[in-house]
Design a protein around this ligand. Structure first.
Ligand code: ZN
Length: 126
């Protein structure tokens, strides 16, 4: 029986799920999972440490290390070889809305509080 994998919590979905070179490029795309995208968002964009990232995603530090390493490798492949990068799927659960999320960088919590600046929560503002 396969051991059930622990779900990685993802607090923000990508705005765009497909990226690629404007000219030429490699025919084989690179597929990035949503939890890999989340690790890049937390560590590279928001400046979280791997510990903070692990806490927010609800997994062990060693798992974050693996996920992050894979994500970085895929970014490098895309950049260096000119491959299209698509973000979809993975082994994750979307953060259940919002107020009670423990993550200080939870985009979904910000969205529920209507301060994340995404199209949806601005539209909903009345
Ligand atoms: Zn969250």
């Amino acid at each position: 029986m396969p051991r059930p994998k622990k779900c990685r919590r993802v607090c923000a979905l990508p705005r765009c799920s497909s990226f690629g070179p404007l000219e030429g490029g490699h025919p084989e795309p690179v597929g990035m999972a949503l939890e890999e995208y989340e690790a890049i968002r937390l560590i590279d964009l928001l400046g979280c440490t791997q510990e903070e990232c692990a806490r927010q995603m609800g997994v062990a530090r060693s798992t974050v290390q693996q996920v992050y390493d894979q994500a970085r490798r895929k970014l490098a492949l895309s950049l260096v070889e000119g491959r299209r990068l698509t973000i979809s799927g993975g082994d994750y659960m979307l953060c259940p809305q919002a107020e009670d999320c423990a993550g200080r960088n939870c985009a979904r919590r910000d969205c529920a509080r209507r301060r994340c600046g995404c199209g949806n929560c601005t539209q909903n503002k009345t």
